[in-house]
Ligand binder design. Sequence first.
Ligand code: M6R
Length: 369
Amino acid sequence: QKDGYASFMLKEIAEQPKAVADTLLGRIDEAGSLTLDEVRIPAAELREIDKVVIVACGTAFHAGLIAKYAIEHWTRIPCEVELASEFRYRDPILDPRSLVIAISQSGETMDTLMALRHAREQGSRVLAICNTNGSTIPRESDAVLYTHAGPEVAVASTKAFLTQLVACYLVALYLGQVRGTKWGDEIRAVVRDLARISGAVDQVLGTMEPVRELARSLAGKDTVLFLGRHVGYPVALEGALKLKELAYMHAEGFAAGELKHGPIALIEQDVPVVVVVPSPRGRSLLHDKIVSNIQEIRARGARTIVIAEEGDATVEPYADHLIRIPATPTLLQPLVATVPLQVFACELATARGNEVDQPRNLAKSVTVE
Ligand code: M6R
């Protein structure tokens, strides 16, 4: 079943372009409109929504964090994202005009299930984003948007994450379409880019050999840090989570703007720091800020591993290692920026002699607290 790959994880990483394309299939028509018939919540009700709350765990939570940027930017609906394990035990402010989105690959995660029940008790509509047909979370939700990643066997989530992102973008764009908010040339261009994004994921996969080499060279390290801003921040969190669960290393993701509030004290000679750089086009202020963050950490001895868009020359003088990704609109960048981090974690874990498909102490589906 591994089709010649050394692990399910490697196979699933390689399947990502198809998983992304399959999740988009039939959901964007030729005119660039979204047809999400599965979202059975009537358009009139979607127009009334005044708050979106996303609940999820682990990697799915990181997809939710990225979704917040897209939902708020494209729809102007306030969006909160919360760990399901926290949400279920508090007293959140919800009502029938809140849309709760529960994201789960397995559809069986206990905390996410309890969080959605908690939301429904307060009259909120729940939309599930799920990869497993007929599992409990979609069955208990008002509507479901399935991700079409196919079965994910490796404990570490890879292709499911990318398809969760695609589903989140589709929901955000659909809400924008239904409500008419900000729907215009910018959104039309994003829809076009999204429809083509699986090609960009494929392109990244074709350039991963230097990332593997770099990962092997870092197998003896104790710590790797990850920095990002805007949607690059959840990408940094996801990169750190992958490394923790697979390589059993100390790995932490930070918002780059927080460096001076504490994390910069961790920077010492030769500590590897992965930095996710936003596109220099569009939000150029963000880009400039992160370039100065790279300079700051390098001045303190960090070994900088920079993930930046093709053609972005400004980062070159400050990157000890440069990983190129195709140019994509900022909000979609996580779809390409996450891939090198998955490959990096998988290769580093293998170099440390770890079993990547079944890391110690972890289960694929967490059906208990
Ligand atoms: O099945 P779910 O998406 O609800 O699972 C949530 C988390 O348990 C899962 O994403 C976990 O964090 C992964 N092992 C991360 O790679």
